[in-house]
Design a protein around this ligand. Structure first.
Ligand code: DC
Length: 228
C-alpha cells in the first residue's frame, strides 16, 4: 500500500528535480529522484568492473546487486534522503563519465526490474513525489497526480551547463548538448518503459518559465483538481 503519489516525468534538464523537490516540501511528501537511482547503479557498475570499454556486463552487475538495497536515510541537515548500500550519493553522480553511460545501463531489463522493485518498496506506506521517465506510465500508473515536463533543447543545454558550473562537476562543456541528445534518443526509443507522456499527465513546457512559475502552475493544478 502506498499513500498519495505525484509523478514528474520528462526529458533531462527540464526542471523535474526542482519541481519535484519543491512539491515534496510544500505537501510534506517524500521526494524520490529515480534518475539518481540509475546514476548510482551506473557508478556502482563502473567501480565494480561491470563496465569495460563501454561494454556492460549485465549478469555480473545484477549478481553483484543481489542483497544491496536503496533505503531512506536522514542526512546531516536532518533531511530525508535516498541511500544505497547505506551510503548517500550527491552531485558526483552527475559527472560526464556517469552521464555518458547511464542511458545504456537504464536500457537493461534486469536493471529496470531491480529498480522497479526498489522504487515500489521505497513508496510503501508513504506519500511521495517521484521524478523520472516512466513513473506515471510504468512504475506508478495509478499515481494520483501526473506531470510531464518539456523544454527546448537550447534552454536545457544552458540549464545543464549552469548546474555543472555551480556544482563544480567534472564535465566537458562542449559535450553537454550531445549528451542530452544522445540520452533523449536512447531513453525514448528503448523497448522497455520508454520515456513518454502518460495519457492523463498534465504537461508543462518550462522553456520560458522561472522555477517559481512552474511550481505555481503545478500547485494550482493540484489544488484545483485533487484533495490529499
Ligand atoms: O533524470 P536523470 O537525467 O538524472 O536520469 C538519468 C538517466 O536515467 C536517464 O538518461 C534515463 C534513466 N532513467 C530512466 O530510464 N528511468 C527513470 N525513471 C529515470 C531515469
Amino acid at each position: 500500500m502506498t499513500g498519495n503519489i505525484i509523478s514528474v516525468d520528462g526529458f533531462s534538464s527540464t526542471g523535474k528535480s526542482t519541481l519535484a523537490s519543491k512539491l515534496a516540501e510544500h505537501y510534506n511528501f517524500y521526494y524520490l529522484n529515480s534518475g539518481l537511482m540509475y546514476r548510482i547503479i551506473s557508478h556502482f557498475a563502473l567501480n565494480n568492473d561491470c563496465i569495460i570499454n563501454n561494454m556492460i556486463k549485465e549478469s555480473q552487475l545484477i549478481n553483484q546487486l543481489d542483497n544491496l538495497n536503496f533505503d531512506w536515510m536522514i542526512d546531516n541537515k536532518g533531511n530525508k534522503c535516498l541511500s544505497f548500500d547505506g551510503k548517500i550519493f550527491g552531485e558526483e553522480m552527475y559527472s560526464f563519465e556517469i552521464s555518458d553511460i547511464v542511458s545504456s545501463v537504464a536500457k537493461l531489463e534486469s536493471v529496470r526490474s531491480f529498480l522497479f522493485r526498489q522504487q515500489k518498496k521505497l513508496a510503501v506506506k508513504k506519500s511521495i513525489v517521484v521524478e523520472g521517465r516512466d513513473i506515471g506510465t510504468v512504475v506508478f500508473p495509478d499515481a494520483k497526480v501526473k506531470f510531464f515536463l518539456s523544454a527546448d533543447l537550447d534552454i536545457r543545454t544552458m540549464r545543464r551547463n549552469k548546474q555543472i558550473e555551480e556544482n563544480n562537476i567534472s564535465f566537458d562543456s562542449m559535450k553537454v548538448e550531445d549528451n542530452l541528445i544522445k540520452r533523449d534518443k536512447i531513453d525514448s526509443e528503448r523497448k522497455i518503459a520508454p520515456l513518454k507522456k502518460a495519457k492523463n499527465a498534465f504537461e508543462i513546457d518550462t522553456s520560458k518559465k522561472s522555477q517559481i512559475e512552474v511550481f505555481d502552475i503545478a500547485k494550482n493544478y493540484i489544488d484545483s483538481n485533487f484533495k490529499f
